[in-house]
Design a protein around this ligand. Structure first.
Ligand code: PMP
Length: 321
């Protein structure tokens, strides 16, 4: 769908996948005015193809749009764009065993000009691709590198928006993590000493021995994960207390050491829930208790809702086709 300041949204269409022509002066290429979402669709046993909480993605896209001076996309157009794309070829969606169709809605400034101002021509598109089974077989706890050299987001910045610049800024930290033999990078809050923010693409939770869940509060410098919100809801449904507050590395390390923190996990659309096996902070290593019961059971419940094997009591699933 195309947008211009004069006409608003117009020209919805489904096109064969392929390169798109872009003027070399298109402002997205120079000033990074763009935003995106990441979602998955699963085929359920009833033959329908379903996605998870798409209105939450529509709302987050529009919050990102506001921050990046892009036009808002009406929620119904967002949902219709997913439905039309998936209905074009239902056979795209892999058939079972947790495999999914990954959906990537994105919006970028296509107007050709050099100068720093909001573009008056914008394009919104969705691409889709079959995604492998992240959760087949054994759950493998990940190793996390704590970056002390880079920050992901600062107050008043773009940290709460899903915009490419945040990810571009995280690449050097991710390279560092990989070089240290770690899977992902953990960012700290630059304004509050040693406070945990999030991983490169996932939110973080700690589980306590007395059955509480702790996760960093939304300060405006982390992404408001839809998986995060869903984990909080499922935990509350089980009667667990959930604390959204400042969490420091020291609290994490001391908790693991004295047994008051029993599990740590990360969550996001791609991998759903992944146990955190080890935190590496320079030459200090904070080992966790491996894959715990709470992590495993919340993951199974959430995954079951998404794949259609557990009752969807919150009405989170939306049929696309
Ligand atoms: N934080 C960041 C930086 C992310 O990129 C993502 C993935 N969108 C998340 C957290 C998790 O968000 P969600 O659960 O909506 O996928």
């Amino acid at each position: 769908i195309d947008w211009t300041a004069e006409r608003g949204w117009a020209n919805p269409r489904v096109e064969p996948y392929g390169p798109i022509a872009l003027d070399p002066a298109a402002s997205v290429l120079h000033y990074a005015q763009e935003i995106f979402e990441g979602m998955k669709a699963y085929r359920h046993d009833d033959g329908g193809i379903y996605t998870f909480r798409p209105l939450e993605n529509a709302r987050r896209l529009n919050r990102s749009a506001q921050r990046m001076a892009l036009p808002e996309l009406p929620e119904e157009l967002f949902v219709a764009s997913l439905e039309e794309l998936v209905q074009t070829d239902r056979d795209w969606v892999p058939n079972g065993d947790g495999e999914a169709l990954y959906l990537r809605p994105f919006m970028f400034a296509s107007e050709a000009f050099l100068g720093v101002r909001a573009a008056r021509e914008v394009s919104y598109r969705v691409i889709a691709s079959p995604a492998g089974n992240y959760f087949g077989g054994e759950l493998k706890p990940v190793r996390i590198w704590v970056t002390r050299d880079y920050i992901r987001a600062a107050p008043g910045g773009t940290g709460a928006a899903k915009t490419g610049g945040n990810y571009a800024g995280s690449l050097a930290a991710q390279q560092q993590a990989t070089a240290q033999g770690c899977d992902q990078v953990l960012f700290l809050d630059p304004t509050r000493e040693n406070a945990v923010e999030e991983l490169g693409g996932m939110n973080v939770f700690l589980v306590t021995a007395d059955n509480r869940l702790i996760t960093p509060e939304l300060t405006g410098t982390i992404l408001e994960g839809i998986t995060r919100a869903s984990v909080i809801q499922l935990a509350k449904d089980r009667g667990m207390a959930v604390e959204e507050r400042r969490v420091t590395l020291d609290e994490w390390g001391a908790g693991i050491a004295d047994g008051s923190i029993t599990e740590a996990f990360a969550c996001g659309t791609a991998a759903v829930i992944t146990p955190i096996g080890e935190l590496v902070d320079g030459d200090r290593s904070i080992a966790s208790a491996g894959t715990g019961e709470v992590t495993t059971s919340i993951r199974e419940e959430l995954l079951g809702i998404q794949t259609g094997t557990v009752e969807d009591r919150h009405g989170w699933m939306h049929q696309l086709a």
